[in-house]
Structures are given as C-alpha cells and as structure tokens.
Ligand binder design. Structure first.
Ligand code: NZQ
Ligand code: ZN
Length: 385
C-alpha cells in the first residue's frame, strides 16, 4: 500500500426529509446565498423546502448555473456575494451546482485573477466561504470531496482544481430528491460513479486489500442496481443505495493508498469542452478504449476485475481481459449511454482537435504512471471513433 493522508471533514445527513435539518446545520445568523441550476430545483419544489427550512435567516437566490458550470456565470454569483455581504452558501443541485459553488466560495477571496484558481489547480487557495449542499443528482461525489471542474466558454476550456478549503461543511443526501431525474441523467450518474471507481481501482497492484474490496463492492452494487434503477426511479431503496455508492466512489476513501489514473476523465473533459457532450457520455466513450490500450500496464488489475467483478474465470489472460472490457462497454450501452464518438456524430477530425486541446492544457503525460503520452491518447481516441 502507498502512504497517504485521508482527510474528509464533510458531515453527511442522509435520508428522506433531512432538508429540515438545515436549521441546525447553518448558523442562525448566517446570510445565505442559495445556488441552483436551470429549473429542476424550483420546478420540483426543492428550493421551497430549503427556504422553509432556513426559517427567518436572511437568504438570496442565484439560479442559472449550467450543466458543466461556467466561469462566466459563476463570477456573477461572486459579485452578488460581495455586494450583499453574504457569508454562507448553499448549493442545491447536482455536481455542476456543487462544483460551481466551490469555485464561487474560493473566488470571493481571490485577490488576483480568479481564473488562476483553475490554472494553479487550487494551490493558492487559503480560505473560502463556508457552504453546504443539498444533493439532487448522485454521480460526481462532489458532495463529499474537494474537487471542482469549471468550464470557461470563451476559452473552450474545462479545467479542475482541488483544495481542502472547498470541502462542503455538510451535505444533505435525501434519495427522494432524485426521483425526478430523467432516465438519461440516472444512467449518466451510474456511468460517472462507475468510472470514478475504475480510475482508482484499475491501475497497478499495490496489495491494498481493503481498497480493492471496497472498490469491487461499489462496482458490483452499481452493476446490480443500475439497470433496475432506470426502470424504478421512485424506489427508495434503489435510490438510497445508488446515492451512497456514488458518494463513496469519490470521497477519497477508495483512493487512499492506491495509485490513481484519471486519464479517461482528462480526455473526457476536452471532449465536453469542444463538443458539449455530457460528462458521463465522454467517459463511456473513453474508458473501454483506455482499458484496451493500456491492458499491459493494467494487466494484473484487469484480471482481478474480470474475476471478482464480472466472474470471468475461463480462457487465457488476454481473453478474460477482452471479455471484461466488453462487459464494461455492454453495461454502459445497456444503460443507454453510447460508447463510440461516432454515436454522437463526432468523426475523425475530432482526434486532432482533442489532441490540440490536451496539448494546450499540458495534459502530455496522463495516467497512474504518467506514461499516457499524446501519441497514446491519439490511439485511444482513434479506437473510440
Ligand atoms: O439545471 P437543472 O434544471 O437543475 O437540471 C439539472 C441538469 O440539467 C438536472 N437535474 C439535477 N438534479 C435533478 C435534475 N433534473 C431532475 N431532477 C433532479 N433531481 O440534471 C442535469 C445535469 O446536472 P449536473 O449537475 O450537470 O450533473 P452531474 O451531477 O453529473 O455533474 C456534472 C458536472 O460535474 C463534474 C463534471 O465534469 C460536470 O461538469 N464533475 C465533478 C467532479 C467532482 N467535483 O469531483 C468529478 C466528476 O468526475 C465530474 O468531472
Ligand atoms: Zn466523473
């Protein structure tokens, strides 16, 4: 096992009706900014529940945070906070709203150019406005981690930062809030969580037994409940299991003490920046091609994955790895998330464009051993066409 720090200060309030606990979770004298997305949080009554729970606290709203939240929009929230001296943020939404809130929380105190938060990947952050989250879409793990991914439309850039200052103080995980998710968003959530686990599990062997078993347990749970969840979005037990699985997939626990890859995510972010695909769609395209291309580097873990997750025990090593990758692809497709660039009408010319983006963002050596060169990324993209 590798050495590690594990630090996660986020309090989780899990279960139906937990929004009412906002009253205990937020200081009584807080001046609150409620941040949310397009229309779902208002349309489905979540904002009303939040406002009721806040009682007599002073609060304002900031709506309109897009899927793949943009710097341009978020800077308007920063201005509102400064102008009205707000001191507590409440994100109500999925990964985009929570990620956006992380950026806003840090940008309020940024003395230089706030975009530097992204360019320095969060290294210079020294404080942030405290905030909590009400999760409405299980997928990213943003509700219990310190990572944020922000897009800047004008630059066609989608970059990430991380800082211990931007962990949520608390997150409310009420599985009933996900009942209203359209099927494709649920499917996206399953694919995203699945890929988060793969990025931390399918690397090389360091004999981290419990991290491996945790990761396999989470993958098996997604495989077990994913397809059923799409058919029964109002099933509390399915939603509850899904929500907690997605949170555990990226709250630091399974990644502690093991190598981490993230090459699939880095290439995926460029595809979203250029072509606007949903985050999970990009992962469904890249992950199978990535695993196939890097089958030597990941040989031992792919065989373990084949056996323990997909119960493949017959055939040569290469045949078992082939089948495990094929089953991964079939799982995504069964959820309705397509796994080739051409399924999204993206052709060969995209390969050069994506490689140019990776180059300009210094993504020259990706992966758990920093050996995914641009040439290898090119091969992966070509295989994913
Ligand atoms: O905007 P509204 O109208 O609210 O609709 C949203 C949005 O269009 C809708 N939605 C959310 N909750 C709903 C709902 N619709 C009905 N009922 C509900 N309960 O869903 C749409 C997608 O929401 P979004 O927040 O964009 O999805 P997701 O949670 O998948 O977040 C994706 C973003 O997170 C980043 C991605 O790159 C992407 O920008 N990621 C963040 C990570 C992190 N912080 O650790 C890691 C991930 O790998 C990922 O990169
Ligand atoms: Zn992701």
């Amino acid at each position: 096992m590798l050495n590690f720090h594990f630090y996660n200060p986020t309090r989780i309030a899990f279960g139906e009706g937990k929004i009412s606990e906002l009253d205990q979770l937020i200081p009584a004298d807080a001046r609150v900014l409620i941040l949310f997305g397009g229309h779902s949080a208002k349309a489905h009554g979540t904002i009303d529940k939040v406002t009721n729970a806040l009682g007599s606290r002073y609060s304002e709203e900031f709506g309109g945070i897009e899927a793949n939240p943009t710097y341009e929009t978020l800077m308007k929230a920063v201005a509102q906070i400064k102008e009205n001296q707000l001191d507590f943020l409440l994100a109500v939404g999925g990964g985009s709203v929570i990620d956006g809130t992380k950026f806003v929380a840090a940008a309020v105190y940024e003395e230089g150019d706030p975009w530097d938060i992204l360019l320095s990947q969060g290294a210079h952050i020294k404080r942030a406005v405290p905030y909590g989250a009400v999760l409405t879409l299980p997928a990213t793990g943003s509700e219990m981690n310190s990572v944020s991914v922000i897009s800047r439309t004008a630059l066609k850039a989608k970059l990430h930062f991380a800082s211990q200052w931007v962990f949520p103080q608390f997150s409310i995980l009420d599985p009933t809030l996900s009942y209203t998710l359209p099927k494709h968003q649920l499917a996206n959530g399953v694919v995203d969580a699945f890929t988060h686990i793969a990025e931390q599990y399918l690397t090389y062997h360091v004999d981290a037994k419990v991290q491996d078993r945790f990761a396999e347990g989470l993958l098996l749970t997604l495989i077990e409940i994913g397809p059923e969840l799409l058919e029964k979005p109002h099933d509390y037990t399915l939603q509850a299991n899904f929500m907690w699985t997605a949170t555990l997939a990226l709250n630091g626990l399974i990644g502690a003490g093991v190598p981490q890859d993230w090459a699939t995510h880095m290439i995926g972010h460029e595809i979203t920046a250029l072509y606007g695909l949903d985050h999970a769609q990009t992962l469904a395209i890249i992950l199978p091609a990535m695993l196939n291309e890097r089958r030597q580097a990941k040989h031992e873990k792919l065989l373990q994955y084949a056996q323990r997750v997909w119960h493949i025990t017959e055939g040569s090593d290469e045949e078992r790895i082939d089948l495990a990758i094929q089953k991964t692809r079939e799982f995504f497709e069964r959820l309705g998330v397509k796994t080739h660039l051409s399924d999204y009408h993206i052709g060969l010319d995209a390969v050069d464009a994506i490689i140019a983006q990776l180059t300009s963002h210094n993504m020259l050596q990706l992966g758990e051993k920093s050996d995914v060169s641009l040439d290898i990324s090119r091969r992966i993209l070509t295989a994913a066409l």
